[in-house]
Structure formats: structure tokens, C-alpha cells
Design a protein around this ligand. Structure first.
Ligand code: GRG
Length: 329
């Protein structure tokens, strides 16, 4: 087992991901392609290697995912637009300082068109709703400088729906009455942070529940009685970072759990030690380490899951240490 983050190996692994066009798996994952690029690019930024992937080619690929009929982005050329892929497209273009390539008016109209009467957003025109989609819409509007379009009734309805998804254990689910889950907790807490409404969080109860996610081997699970998984290093820790409670978990044990899930030959990080690596777990493993202050990594913004420096430059970084926190119990 290695005791350090193998940055050069992970950079090579991420660079190699587009060289598998003969593999069936490459073609079976087209619905996740743009998300995969966001995960790869963001982890490269956090590891200090943003330029390891070709910028122009990446921007051209994102623009080729534009769905002219919908006015937003799909996950791959000729796929239908969706909120998940539209957020990834915006995140990639923001990171590459290429937001000027976007038709902001059309994308804003697309995002606003997906809010339902109850306040929650649908993922696309087919209508599935989930608190994930509310986060995607709020995050995307914020990155585009269009959050003002959500002021008033739209904003209050979005917040009211998130409040209704809050459970007795302080956590949040995907819909009203659904079980608390770390991934859904991240999206709800981060959306409330962007909407400046963190006082809707029951901080002591939620921070207790999140700290209970750490298992004896140091890894975190996403809900009680479930297995640990490297990706929860981000979903759990980001919510704790927003609530200023990262110290409630054992950082040393979590760090060694994440490091033990690395592939020490081919690079990349898996969900848990010994499993196959993938770019999703590589990204969220590196993201978790950044939130833990792992030496040599760039800071990650826990709300936008993007480089903190960039979010600061865009004027979107929340003042966790001062204003917001004073409002919390
Ligand atoms: C920009 C960071 C970012 C996110 C975009 C898509 C999204 C918004 C957030 C997803 C949040 C979420 C629900 C994450 C959890 C993903 C996951 C590992 C789900 C597994 O669920 P189960 O039930 O696993 O298969 P458990 O661990 O509960 O057994």
C-alpha cells in the first residue's frame, strides 16, 4: 500500500482515457462523456496539471454537444440536452475561461423552463425531478451570472422544496420523504449555500449524521449500513466543509483509505482498494484529499466542486469563515 498521492501516474491515467476507442466500454459510456471530461479536468486542476489535456480540442468537443433544439448541452454530440450535462459543459468552459462561447440567454431559458410548480427542477423535458437537478440549475445559473433570474417566487419555491426534503436525522433525500443520502445532502446543502439560505440546515444534527459515515477502515459510506466508497470522501466532506465541520472526521484515516484505493501501476483511484479505477472515483478521491488539505494539492471549492481560485476570481466564493457562519447555530 502506498502512503502518497501518485500525481504523475494519475495525470497519465486521465490523459489516456480518450485512447480507448476500440473498447466497448468507451462507447457504452457516451451518456457520461461530458461529465467524464469535467471530472478529469477538475482533478487535473486540483493536482496542478490543468494543461495536461488539450484546451481547444476540449472546448470544441463541448460545443459539439450543443443541442440546438433545446438550447443547452447533451452529454455527447447528437444526444438530447440534460441539466447534468449542461452543468458539466458550463463548468468545463468556466474552467477553460471560455464562457463567452455560450449563448447565455438560451441556456438560462432552458434552465428556468425546467423548474416545476413545487420548486424542484426536472432534469430535462421528460420531467424526472430530483434535488440533484435543483443544485445543477442553481449552480449553472450562478456560474453564468444569472442567479438573479431566480429571485423572488422561483427562489423561494426552490428553497421550500429543499426544506421539504429535509429529514428527522438532519439529512436530505432526492425527493420529499426519501431517505437521507450523502450525495443528496451535498446537493441540498450546496444549493442552499449558493442561495444564501444555510440557516435552513439543522447543523448539529446533520454534522453528527455526516460524521457517523466514517467506518473503522477510515472510509466513508453514503448512508447507514452501507459500504464505504471513495466518492463519499467528497459528498460527505464537502457538506462538512460548508458547515465548517471537517474536523469531525478522522482525516488521517480517511487519507490513508483514499490512498489505498489507488492503482499504483496504471494510475487512477477506485471506489475501494483492489477494485477497478475510473475517472469518477479518481476525481472525487482527489477532491476529498484537497478538502482535507493534502499537501501540494490546489484548494477545491466545496460548493461548486471546482478550483477555489477560479470561484474566487469569478466573485462566487462564499465567506465561510465570517458572515455566513455567524448566522449558523
Ligand atoms: C458538480 C459535484 C457536482 C455534482 C453534480 C449529479 C450531481 C450534481 C450530484 C450527485 C449526488 C449524488 C446522488 C451522489 C451519489 C452517487 C452515488 C455513489 C450513488 C450510489 O448510490 P447507491 O444507493 O449506493 O447505489 P450506496 O453507497 O448507498 O450503497
Amino acid at each position: 500500500m502506498t502512503s502518497e498521492l501518485l500525481i504523475p501516474l494519475h495525470v497519465k491515467y486521465i490523459q489516456s482515457l480518450d485512447n480507448h476507442k476500440d473498447d466497448l466500454a468507451y462507447h457504452l459510456t457516451t451518456h457520461l462523456r461530458i461529465n467524464g471530461i469535467y471530472w478529469g479536468l477538475t482533478s487535473l486542476c486540483i493536482m496542478g496539471h490543468q494543461d495536461a489535456l488539450p484546451r481547444e480540442e476540449m472546448i470544441d468537443f463541448v460545443m459539439s454537444c450543443w443541442d440546438e433544439k433545446a438550447g443547452a448541452f447533451g452529454p455527447h454530440p447528437d444526444h438530447d440536452a440534460h441539466l447534468l450535462s449542461t452543468l458539466s459543459a458550463i463548468q468545463i468552459l468556466a474552467t477553460q475561461k471560455a464562457l463567452d462561447r455560450i449563448d447565455v440567454k438560451r441556456v438560462t431559458d432552458f434552465l428556468l423552463s425546467l423548474q416545476t410548480a413545487s420548486g424542484v427542477f426536472a432534469g430535462d423535458r421528460f420531467g424526472e425531478t430530483d434535488t440533484r437537478f435543483t443544485y445543477c440549475a442553481v449552480n449553472a445559473l450562478s456560474l453564468l451570472g444569472q442567479l438573479g433570474k431566480l429571485e423572488g417566487d422561483r427562489k423561494e419555491r426552490a428553497i421550500e422544496h429543499i426544506k421539504q426534503c429535509r429529514n428527522f436525522d438532519g439529512g436530505f433525500g432526492s425527493s420529499v420523504g426519501a431517505e437521507s443520502h450523502a450525495g443528496q445532502i451535498f446537493v441540498c446543502v450546496a444549493a442552499l449555500a449558493i442561495l444564501d439560505r444555510l440557516e435552513e440546515v439543522d447543523v448539529p444534527t446533520l454534522a453528527w449524521w455526516l460524521s457517523e459515515r466514517q467506518l473503522p477502515n477510515g472510509g466513508l459510506n453514503g448512508r447507514p449500513e452501507k459500504l464505504e466508497d471513495v466518492c463519499y470522501s467528497f459528498w460527505v466532506l464537502s457538506a462538512m466543509a460548508i458547515l465548517d465541520k471537517v474536523t469531525w472526521i478522522d482525516a488521517e484515516k480517511l487519507t490513508s483509505f483514499i490512498l489505498s484505493a489507488q492503482d499504483t501501476e496504471g494510475g487512477g483511484i477506485a471506489d475501494r482498494p483492489g477494485d477497478m479505477v475510473d475517472v469518477f472515483h479518481t476525481h472525487f478521491g482527489v477532491a476529498g484529499l484537497s478538502l482535507l488539505g493534502y499537501p501540494g494539492l490546489e484548494d477545491l471549492d466545496p460548493v461548486y466542486c471546482m478550483p477555489a481560485k477560479l470561484i474566487e476570481e469569478m466573485g462566487l466564493r462564499k465567506q465561510w469563515t465570517a458572515l455566513e457562519r455567524r448566522k449558523l447555530p
